[in-house]
Design a protein around this ligand. Sequence first.
Ligand code: OXD
Ligand code: MN
Length: 594
Amino acid sequence: MTNNKHVLTWLDEMVALVKPDKVVWIDGSEEQLKALRDEALSTGEMEALNQEELPGCLLHRTKKNDVARVEGRTYICTKNRDDAAPINNWMETSEMKAKLTPMYDGVMKGRTMYVIPYCMGPIGSPFSKVGVELTDSIYVVLNMDIMTRMGQKALDQLGDSNDFVRGLHSKADVDEENRYIVQFPEENTIWSINSAYGGNVLLGKKCFALRIASYQGFKEGWMAEHMLILGIEAPNGETSYITAAFPSACGKTNLAMLIPPEVYAQQGYKVWTVGDDIAWMHIGEDGRLYAINPEAGFFGVAPGTNAKSNYNALASTKKNTIFTNVAHNLDNNTVWWEGLDKNPPVNAVEWTGNKVNGPEYAAQGGKLAHPNSRFTAPAINCPCLSKEFDNPNGVPVTAMVFGGRRAKTAPLVYQSFDWNHGVYVGSAMASETTAAATGAVGVVRRDPMAMRPFCGYNMGDYFSHWLDMGKKLGDKAPKIFNVNWFRTDDEGHFIWPGFGDNMRVLMWILNRCEGKVDAVETAIGYLPKAEDIDVTGLEGEGVTVDTVKDLLTVDSALWLEDCKGVHELYDQIGERVPAELKKQLADLEARLAK
Ligand code: OXD
Ligand code: MN
């Protein structure tokens, strides 16, 4: 399929290491994919679902010990410790290779190795990049087909170039004790072993499009961010684009696909999805920042997705989708998860494979679907997919938004004073943890730019890179905002309705960018006047201007306390934290103390 000597030489080396019985190049043809699906069905790796209701859809269960990203086992390996540590786990490159090489030695004996060439970003885009993933998992091949542009077209895009990411994955024995997800950014290489869970093994996604690509962006002058990309089309047909970074499982997919509330829909506003998880951003010829979505599908969290919370995501899963670790509804051979509706199937198989009576099981507190169960759905299924999705030049970014789950501190929305202050705001992001990674759920942790698990180099250098990009963009830089949909009342209930109603906040953001609305200058940034957040139509939910006022309060004592957490983070990162950000923190504390 290719004469690219760099690809072929590397492939020979890897084949000599893992010693597969057979090597199969994935060309991306429907014929080949069908044969692989049939094979996965015959071995039980996949189950076919109701082909009338869910044509082309498959169900897969992972091992119980392999259900999420494993941050403790994820490494960034470089020659020098400080180039990746201390936020990342680090090991010296050759030391890690020496440790893993024996594990890979002969690991594919008796197995087939699939060679998957794939392209991150639209074919033909100057911003796209190619990877080749070697894997012994058909599940990986079928997911990569949905999540990337895969096959011959990716090799054609690569041509003779050596600029491709070398990914080696083996599920091996799916042994937790020997699970490693390792990035070697200085060598454009990823090694993943002993996992078969999406985030650890679909190497185009987190491993390449964030960890390796963030390093490439640092070296080459662009940005790879954990951000959704959405467009808001005004009644006059003009579309403005917003990117937004939230930690895993904080609603990026929901925000990216939101349905405008009646008050905006009636006026003719529309929302379009460009991406739900990752943005690659370059400075365009006109000096503005342009974003592409490197992915071709959505690897979304299933629980909580329903026709009301995210109609468009649910619609995206109705054909050619792979479901992982959801419940199987045996009555009609479809799928179910917590939050899909209030009726767990009576005749069900829960995510680990046991037959249960759904309502009884749920009444005893059992989860039929794993909290991090997923759908892998083709982006082209999405009813609100942007017509710019495949635009090789990307879309111009007007505003960037940061956010997290904060029960008390952060107000509904505020705008940073300028780019550098916005970089501070992103660096200080914190959120309560979710089920997307293994570990305790609901603990506040600092998650700068939502990149803590995904930054492929030193976090201090990453902050400097953000500041540099701002210098290059000058007055063409997007405006930076922070939002918090998750403020709770004294009983712990969310105050803001969220979901589609978040558009009300996005509209304030765009109005600010267009200079159409005033704001109140405060210690933390520019806050809206409560009456400038349109709450028309929310009376039924008890949301009024007073509710918004409440959501916009800033408690200086709480903020000063929170600043201590930022000091701790900066101390931990150490000397590479840019002086500018330390000054931003000191200035914020001084303003709060006034
Ligand atoms: C994801 C994540 O899967 O952030 O997108 O964990
Ligand atoms: Mn993500």
